[in-house]
Write a protein that binds this ligand. Structure first.
Ligand code: MF3
Ligand code: CO
Ligand code: CO
Length: 321
């Protein structure tokens, strides 16, 4: 087979129990049927470097940093810094989205994000974050990859949908935003999935105001996804954000009637629904320790903003302004 990442070309008439077309002697269903049209791991290039003059989060040098207690309600001074981080994250995401095209590798998207982040004086928050240490500067999640896809040498194909998840650390705080982009000529169902997912995020943001229960977010998302025949991923949630990339505040995107905690003015958190064309269950995480795919191989889309609760509603800190 040519190409290292996606296999195609099985004759249509082949049935599951027929011998595979590749001559392996295995049943088709146990051989190429498992990977057809699927995103496969590619080669991940070396970690990119960040110049000395850029201020780095504590985990950047490999130090293991346990999660610190962090107030959910931010001071006006921190909020001002988060406005800056959010605006810059939005700009970088737009630059990355403009680079999405058939033939462009996800590693090239990583280069664009890395350089755009440093050009603004920031550190790309994903780099060396978490366990195992995340090896790249952005997450690129293609087709059935739900989130945390690692940029590699796979060229984007005509018809792919690709989520680019950008986080910048600048001024001592993080700004986190993502969007799903269409690559070339995308089929109608995938386009609808992407559109409905964006609407889910918009509807969720519209519930935000002081005194509102956090479960309104999941209710708004779930109602709209289900009305369109789509699933809502439960294994990954939105999160409190500020001086740390992820705080212990959780924002489920599904409806949990018991989650009656109320939003307060000055809270900052992300909303980042992952919506599936098929089932919402996650399959086995790849051996890279990060890449999450749908269990049934169905496509999935995501949009994310970092939100501030204001006196009267929400301010979208990562909006393009
Ligand atoms: N940006 C992702 C989020 O929305 C987190 C990525 S963690 C990484 O929460 F290490 F994979 F970058
Ligand atoms: Co996030
Ligand atoms: Co993100």
């Amino acid at each position: 087979m040519s190409g290292t990442t996606t296999t195609t070309g099985a004759p249509r008439a082949l049935h599951s129990n027929d011998p595979c077309w590749c001559g392996s002697g295995r049943k088709y269903k146990r051989c190429h049927k498992m990977t057809e049209g699927k995103v496969l791991p590619g080669r991940v290039g070396p970690m990119r470097t960040v110049p000395d003059h850029i201020a780095k989060p504590p985990y950047a040098d490999g130090t293991r940093v346990p999660r610190q207690p962090e107030a959910a309600v931010k001071s006006p001074e921190i909020i001002e810094r988060m406005r800056t981080a959010g605006r810059l994250a939005g700009e970088i995401l737009a630059e990355a989205g403009a680079a999405v095209a058939p033939g462009v590798t996800t590693d090239e998207i990583d280069r664009v994000v890395h350089e755009a982040t440093i050009a603004r004086g920031g550190y790309p928050s994903p780099l060396n974050y978490g366990r195992p240490p995340y090896p790249k500067s952005v997450c690129t999640s293609v087709n059935e990859v739900v989130c945390h896809g690692i940029p590699d040498d796979r060229p984007l194909a005509d018809g792919d949908i690709v989520n680019v998840d950008v986080t910048i650390y600048i001024g001592g705080v993080h700004g986190d935003t993502n969007a799903t982009f269409l690559c070339g000529d995308v089929d109608p169902l995938s386009r609808k999935l992407v559109e409905v997912t964006r609407e889910c995020l918009d509807r969720a943001i519209a519930t935000v105001r002081p005194g509102a229960a956090f479960n309104l977010i999941g209710k708004a998302i779930e109602d709209h996804a289900h009305a369109n025949g789509f699933g809502v991923v439960r294994d990954f949630v939105g999160h409190g954000i500020g001086e740390q990339f992820h705080t212990d505040l959780h924002i489920p995107h599904y409806y949990d009637p018991r989650y009656t905690l109320e939003m307060e003015e000055g809270m900052t958190f992300t909303i980042e629904p992952m919506i599936t064309a098929g089932g919402w269950h996650i399959g086995k995480i790849w051996d890279d320790g990060w890449t999450a795919v749908t269990a049934d191989g169905s496509r999935t889309a995501q949009f994310e903003h970092t939100i501030l609760v204001t006196a009267s509603g929400a301010e979208v800190l990562t909006a393009l302004r």
